[in-house]
Design a protein around this ligand. Structure first.
Ligand code: AMP
Ligand code: ZN
Length: 113
C-alpha cells in the first residue's frame, strides 16, 4: 500500500515509534502541536473513520486504549490530554490512514478551529 502511515508501520519510512504491537503503532507527530503529540494507527489500512466496518470496532477500541497507555507512558495522563480523530476534508484530515492524535503537556482550548 502506497501510504505514508502504512510505510511507517512497516518501518519503510523513519518515525520515532513510542509503542507497537501486532495491531497498532504509535509514533511522534512530525509537526507537533503540543509538548506531547503522538499518532496511534492500526496496521490495517482504513482510510477514514467513515470507512470503518462493523468488524473494525475492537481494533478501534484498541487504538483508544493505546492512546491512554501512551498518555500514561509519557506522563500526561493525570493532568489530562486530548484524543482526536479528524475525518475527511471538513474534519481537517490530511493523511488518509486512520490515526488518533494524542495531545498533551499543555492546556487545550475549546472549541477547536
Ligand atoms: P490529520 O490532519 O489529522 O490527517 O493529521 C496528519 C498528521 O500527520 C499531521 O499532524 C502531520 O504532522 C502528521 N504527519 C504527516 N507526515 C508524517 C510523518 N512522516 N511522520 C509523522 N507524522 C506525520
Ligand atoms: Zn495506510
Amino acid at each position: 500500500m502506497d501510504c505514508i502511515f502504512c510505510k511507517i508501520a512497516r518501518r519503510q519510512l523513519p518515525a520515532k515509534i513510542v509503542y507497537e504491537d501486532d495491531d497498532v503503532v504509535a509514533f511522534n507527530d512530525i509537526n507537533p502541536q503540543a509538548p506531547v503529540h503522538v499518532l496511534v494507527i492500526p496496521r490495517k489500512h482504513i482510510p477514514r473513520v467513515a470507512d470503518m466496518v462493523e468488524s473494525d470496532q475492537q481494533l478501534m477500541g484498541k487504538i483508544i486504549y493505546t492512546g491512554k497507555r501512551v498518555a500514561e507512558m509519557l506522563g500526561i495522563c493525570e493532568e489530562g490530554f486530548r484524543l482526536v480523530f479528524n475525518n475527511g476534508r471538513y474534519g481537517g484530515q490530511h493523511v488518509y490512514h486512520i490515526h488518533l492524535h494524542v495531545l498533551g503537556g499543555r492546556p487545550m482550548g475549546w472549541p477547536p478551529g
